[in-house]
Structures are given as structure tokens and as C-alpha cells.
Design a protein around this ligand. Structure first.
Ligand code: FA5
Length: 332
């Protein structure tokens, strides 16, 4: 039980301080309270300063009580300050006469917008949009597409393999072409599909190469499909995306799953820019999925929507697409 003059004053101090703290409810009042009780010249500091004049026994008891009180008051003060900040908006901080502001709304990623534009162009030509797995099996990404394990063409697709204890044939698809095999395996002709989706390659990046990017695959298989159908479809696609006067060029290219193979470029300010690879589906691929290659023929193509968006929107570096910089993304 406190009996001395000084320890009574710690008790009184506690009572005064807690009562005053309860009454203070603005940041200004709380600051005034802090100065009065906990400040350098405050009442608690005075008690602590006066300890030197006390008997040793009393000094210990009063010192301990005063330090306990300091800790207690400091934490009560922090609590009240938090409460005051959340309860009271400082006078004048809300002007209810200000006009309302529109809240920001999200938008579609530029790659998604481009993919939709491309797939819509093909949808209108009778192609159906489907999607497939990004984690693929070697069988679909390579083997069924006429790219056996020892084929040098595998080097064209620097592959990211998925580590697995149980199997060694799992990879991140390097292109959307595995969906050619998946669709044909499960569907009888006629087939007309486009397949948008993410691809991954173990390659260094530069202004026109990303290690992950989108592709849109196309596949048409039926009786009597010819190279003229391939050219007509892709010309029509270019007309819809780039306008009627854009020049388009086809040149020979090599892909193991088509024969003949081509690349298509568009004229961009006097320069030919390659936008896709294409060709007539290789008879071996048709046979691999169980089709009669004497009866059916088809064409396939694969294009990069980011590359096409770069042309359309004058974007100088493909890496902008995946940096998540709102200054870039909100321009679309
Ligand atoms: C292929 O991936 C073939 N599967 C395309 C194909 C499909 C050919 C069907 C024949 C029949 P290629 O690696 O060239 O081909 O890629 C096709 C398109 O994807 C390119 O024209 C380009 O637009 C885009 N592309 C390829 N690599 C990258 C990359 N690293 N970064 C961004 N876009 C890329």
C-alpha cells in the first residue's frame, strides 16, 4: 500500500492522466495531454526527476511504479491516437460540394484484345475458337507433329521441360501446334478451328522476342482443301486486320508438320514483317492421328498476336506487354 507523499502522487498522477486521456478525443487534445503528462517537462518526468531526493527504499518503489505508469500511459496514448485518427476526419478534410470523380475501371490486356480481334476475324469465316493445355506432353508438342526426338528441327523450339519424378516427357508448350494433333485425335473432319494461347521458349529476350508470348493456331481439314484455300483465308484475314490495301507476301519456309510450308509477311512502311508460319498439313501428321491422308487434306497456321499488335499500334518493344506498367496498358 503506498503511504509516502511521492508514491501517493504516482497514484494521483495515474488517476488524473487516465481521466484526462479519456476526455481527449482530437489529435490536438491528445498532443496537449502527451506534453502535460509524458513530455520532457511533464508531470511524470517531474516525479522521476524527484526520485533522487527520496530515501533509497522509497526511491526504488516509487521509481518502479513511475516507470510502470509510463509504459502504461504510452500504450494507452497510442491506442487513443489510433482511435482518434480513425474516428474523426480533421475539420475541413471532406468537401461534400466537390464534384464526384469516376472510379478507375479495369480493361482487357492488349494481348487479349488482339487475340479477340484475330479470333473474331476467323470466327466470321467459319472457324471455331478452342483452347488447350499450356503444360503439354512431348508426344503432342513434337512427336505427332512429325518432329521425332533426334530431329534437328527440335532446336527451333528451345524447350522448357517440367521437372517431374515420375516422367520426363512433360514440357511447357513451345507453340500452339500441339492442339492440331489433339483436335484431330478427337474429331472427325471437317475441322475449322483457331486456338489462342500462351507459349513458352527457353530463349533470351529482345525487342521482338519474349520467352513467353501468345500464339493463335489455325487448322482446317476437309476433303479437297488446297493451298489456294490457305492463301485465300490468310489474305482475307490480313485484309480484315490490316485493311484492304495492305500488301501481303508468302515465301517458302520449313516446318516439319506442313508440306509445303510458308511464312506470311505484311508490308510495313516498305519493310516486310513476318507475322506467321503456315502450310498444308503434312500427310504424316494426318496419318499419326488416324486420318486417311488420301481422302483428307488441310492447312494450318500459327501467328504471334503480340507481333501483330506491335505493327498495328507502333510498339517498339514486345517486352512492354508483360511488364505490367499501367502507363503502357492503359493506352489500349
Ligand atoms: C511456330 O511456332 C509454328 N508452330 C507455326 C506454324 C503453325 C507453322 C502451323 C505451320 C503451321 P514460329 O516459331 O515461327 O512457328 O512462330 C510463329 C509465330 O509466333 C511467329 O511468326 C511470331 O509471330 C510468334 N513468335 C515466335 N517466337 C516468338 C517470341 N519469342 N516472341 C514473340 N512472338 C514469337
Amino acid at each position: 500500500m503506498p503511504t509516502t507523499q511521492s508514491s501517493e502522487s504516482v497514484e494521483k498522477l495515474k488517476a488524473d492522466a487516465t481521466r484526462a486521456l479519456r476526455a481527449a478525443d482530437s489529435a490536438e487534445q491528445l498532443e496537449a495531454w502527451r506534453v502535460e503528462y509524458l513530455g520532457r517537462k511533464g508531470r511524470l518526468t517531474s516525479v522521476l526527476r524527484a526520485l533522487g531526493s527520496l530515501e533509497i527504499k522509497e526511491r526504488k518503489a516509487v521509481g518502479a511504479a513511475a516507470n510502470r505508469l509510463r509504459t502504461e500511459l504510452e500504450s494507452l496514448f497510442d491506442e487513443r491516437l489510433l482511435q482518434a485518427k480513425s474516428n474523426t476526419a480533421p475539420a475541413g478534410s471532406i468537401d461534400i460540394t466537390l464534384p464526384g470523380r469516376k472510379s478507375g475501371s479495369g480493361g482487357l490486356h492488349p494481348s487479349t484484345q488482339m487475340i479477340r480481334e484475330i479470333t473474331q476475324a476467323f470466327n466470321e469465316m467459319g472457324f471455331q475458337t478452342i483452347e488447350g493445355p499450356e503444360i503439354e506432353l512431348e508426344r503432342y508438342n513434337f512427336d505427332l507433329l512429325n518432329i521425332p526426338a533426334d530431329h534437328p528441327a527440335r532446336d527451333q523450339w528451345d524447350t522448357i521441360w517440367v521437372d517431374s519424378d515420375s516422367r520426363s516427357d512433360v514440357l511447357l508448350r513451345t507453340h500452339t501446334s500441339p492442339m492440331q494433333a489433339r483436335v484431330m485425335e478427337n474429331t472427325d473432319p471437317p475441322i475449322r478451328v483457331v486456338v489462342p494461347g500462351k507459349c513458352y521458349r527457353y530463349e533470351s529476350t529482345d525487342a521482338t522476342h519474349e520467352w513467353h508470348f501468345n500464339q493463335v493456331e489455325g487448322l482446317a481439314v476437309d476433303e479437297g482443301i488446297t493451298f489456294a484455300d490457305l492463301k485465300g483465308t490468310l489474305y482475307e484475314f490480313a485484309r480484315r486486320i490490316f485493311g484492304p490495301s495492305r500488301k501481303v507476301r508468302f515465301r517458302c519456309d520449313y516446318f516439319p508438320f506442313v508440306e509445303p510450308g510458308v511464312e506470311m509477311s505484311v508490308d510495313w512502311n516498305g519493310e516486310w514483317i513476318e507475322i506467321l508460319g503456315a502450310g498444308m498439313v503434312h500427310p504424316k501428321v494426318l496419318k499419326n492421328v488416324g486420318y486417311d491422308s488420301d481422302k483428307y487434306t488441310g492447312f494450318a497456321f500459327g501467328m504471334g498476336p503480340e507481333r501483330i499488335s506491335m505493327l498495328q499500334n507502333d510498339i517498339s518493344d514486345i517486352r512492354h506487354f508483360f511488364r505490367n506498367d499501367l502507363r503502357f496498358l492503359t493506352q489500349f
